[in-house]
Design a protein around this ligand. Structure first.
Ligand SMILES: NC(=O)c1ccc[n+]([C@@H]2O[C@H](COP(=O)([O-])OP(=O)(O)OC[C@H]3O[C@@H](n4cnc5c(N)ncnc54)[C@H](OP(=O)(O)O)[C@@H]3O)[C@@H](O)[C@H]2O)c1
Length: 257
């Protein structure tokens, strides 16, 4: 299946890189499309209409608010894959009538083969069938996504929560890492040494969580000796309102999505 990326920005590029197939690319900004096409071994095309005509499926990589304008330009799309945050399948079907449509929520670590992608399951009225070719598109896409991500199929009603849980997570983890590096620098460490240690520490902690069946309490207990430094640090984070802040951030992201 030849994918055509309509918009070659941050998320579309990460996904294209993770899937690792030559693809068609279009973007109105500078040399974004040609840079991505060169990296993928694909081809940058002159406009959205040409992309739609030549791709087996068009991946919507523009901003959510650009859906209707983009759909007018790419009206010849044979099939549509959306990564648009907060745009329901019903809106995608209205913009691209009678075409197979799949709605995804990816995150940027897909670009380094460590992504998460939620694939929406539409709530359909009984007896209402999907457009011809949609099941095949979905099946082929699931195979491509598995190359670079943990793929989870979710009811569409949970896509906003998925966005808040992992779509935005690279930014939150980076903020936590940055704060830790800054603290380490205040204690005399070099930015380079602190940065490498913190990134490796985050990677290892995530691997440990997976190995222990995502049991966060077990991982915490494993490093928290009574009266020790971790116990004092965790208390300081609680006093600082970390849990409340995380809940507020989650709620804010859900509200937008
Ligand atoms: N970034 C993430 O972590 C993430 C995660 C999950 C989902 N998403 C979704 O991914 C989409 C893109 O986000 P992003 O962060 O990658 O944004 P981005 O880096 O700004 O990329 C979007 C690109 O699409 C271009 N574009 C605008 N209108 C277009 C059109 N009609 N046809 C083709 N390209 C067009 C934009 O150009 P202009 O700048 O000129 O508008 C821009 O270069 C959004 O819908 C977002 O909800 C992002």
């Amino acid at each position: 299946m030849r994918l055509g990326f309509l918009g070659s920005g941050n998320m579309a590029s990460a996904l294209a890189r993770g899937i690792g197939e030559p693809a068609l690319c279009f973007d109105p900004v500078g040399d974004r499309a040609s840079a991505l096409a060169t990296e993928l071994g694909g081809e940058a095309v002159a406009d959205a209409a040409a992309l739609a005509e030549r791709a087996d499926a068009v991946v919507l990589g523009h901003k959510p608010g650009q859906l209707l304008d983009a759909a007018r330009d790419a009206s010849g799309a044979r099939a549509v894959v959306s990564i648009l945050g907060g745009v329901p399948i019903a809106d995608l079907r209205a913009a691209y009538p009678d075409r197979p449509v799949v709605r995804l929520m990816p995150n940027t670590p897909a670009g380094v083969g460590k992504g998460v992608v939620a694939v929406a399951i539409e709530a359909r009225e009984p007896g209402v069938a999907a457009p011809a070719g949609e099941d095949e598109l979905r099946a082929e896409l699931l195979g491509l996504l598995a190359r670079c991500a943990t793929v989870v199929e979710l009811p569409e009603s949970q896509m906003a929560a998925a966005t808040a849980a992992f779509g935005v997570l690279p930014a939150y983890v980076s903020l936590f890492a940055e704060a830790t590096v800054d603290a380490a620098i205040r204690h005399g460490m070099t930015p380079d040494a602190a940065g490498r240690m913190v990134a490796a520490g985050i990677e290892g902690s995530a691997a440990l969580l997976r190995a222990q069946d995502h049991d966060t309490l077990a991982v915490r207990r494993g490093v928290t000796s009574p009266g020790g430094s971790t116990a004092r640090g965790l208390r300081a984070l609680d006093r600082g309102g970390l849990r409340e802040a995380v809940q507020d951030a989650f709620d804010a992201a859900v509200a937008v999505s």
